[in-house]
Write a protein that binds this ligand. Structure first.
Ligand code: SF4
Length: 294
């Protein structure tokens, strides 16, 4: 009798467990939909592609790999995935974590060992920000590795929040309207870089990574200060979102609904030569014009 009771407890999930499983399914479905949409909207992956998934050991890149592996099974096209990690020889980097995880998963992978940490420490004076040189070195190495592996796409784990922060950084510190593209050709003109998480929120990815219990590698091993300006933009976005969540959604939408004739970039719109043609202008967005001046 007691055995049956114990069995019942073991076999049937509690209401709480059912709720958690339901919430997780919902989250996974949402993320898969967003990744699928981003891939489709920007034609990121084609039949026969070999996608090099850059895996840092953080929550975003683990989630990206996981979601792409699921989509690979479901997609109507065939593409390969190879996970690549750059071991930058930062002190305390647990080098066994990723190989063990990827081997258990059965995913082809490559670990590139390059001591960029020492180079950065040698070149950059103490107390100065090391990130720009570090990322430049990392980028060069990843491009080389992609060529050596025959990868046709390089997938990076930047998400919607990264894109919005970059937009604000460029606006407030760079004086330009510029974000972070979901797809681009690399600086050396040789590779196509894609960002399949472009439509995913960071908070969703953090929850996903937690639920999936990915073996996260801390991102502060290099000892560098977090990018303070980016942190500032992140705080600003959080504040705006608290005030009105639609602001963030609309800010993101605005990246794909640009109206050059209502900006001031003379390279994008021929202000010097426009003439009235007696026809209503099709891109003349008048939604807020009436409120602007009195
Ligand atoms: S935080 Fe450290 S590892 Fe990351 S880019 Fe900056 S210097 Fe490089």
């Amino acid at each position: 009798m007691q055995d049956t009771a114990v069995q019942a407890i073991t076999i049937f999930p509690t209401r709480q467990e059912q709720k958690e499983a339901f919430e997780f399914n919902k989250l996974q479905k949402r993320l898969l939909k967003q990744v699928g949409e981003a891939i489709g909207d920007f034609n990121m992956i084609q039949d026969g592609d070999k996608v090099m998934v850059c895996l840092s050991g953080g929550k975003d890149s683990y989630s990206m790999l996981d979601l792409l592996l699921i989509l690979q099974q479901r997609a109507p096209i065939d593409f390969e995935i190879i996970a690549v990690n750059l071991d930058q020889k930062q002190p305390g980097f647990p080098e066994e974590v990723l190989p063990e995880y990827l081997t258990a998963l059965g995913v082809p992978f490559h670990i590139e060992q390059q001591d960029t940490y020492s180079i950065v420490k040698r070149v950059i004076p103490e107390g100065k920000t090391t990130c720009s040189l570090c990322s430049r070195l990392r980028r060069g190495i990843l491009y080389r590795v992609a060529s050596e592996l025959g990868a046709t796409k390089i997938a990076l784990g930047h998400h919607k929040d990264d894109i919005l922060q970059t937009l604000l950084l460029n606006l407030f510190y760079g004086g330009r309207i510029k974000g972070m593209p979901p797809k681009l050709v690399s600086d050396n003109g040789q590779h196509t870089v894609i960002r399949p998480l472009a439509y995913c929120r960071e908070s969703d990815l953090a929850r996903y990574a937690e639920e999936k219990q990915f073996p996260i590698i801390p991102c502060n091993l290099c000892g560098s200060q977090e990018n303070l300006k980016r942190k500032e933009m992140s705080a600003l976005l959080k504040q705006w979102e608290k005030h009105n969540p639609r602001w963030i959604a609309n800010l993101f939408t605005s990246l794909s609904t640009v109206v050059p004739s209502h900006l001031m970039d003379r390279k994008l719109f021929p202000f010097e030569t426009i003439q009235p043609e007696g026809q209503p202008a099709p891109d003349g967005d008048k939604a807020f014009d009436d409120d602007e001046a009195c």
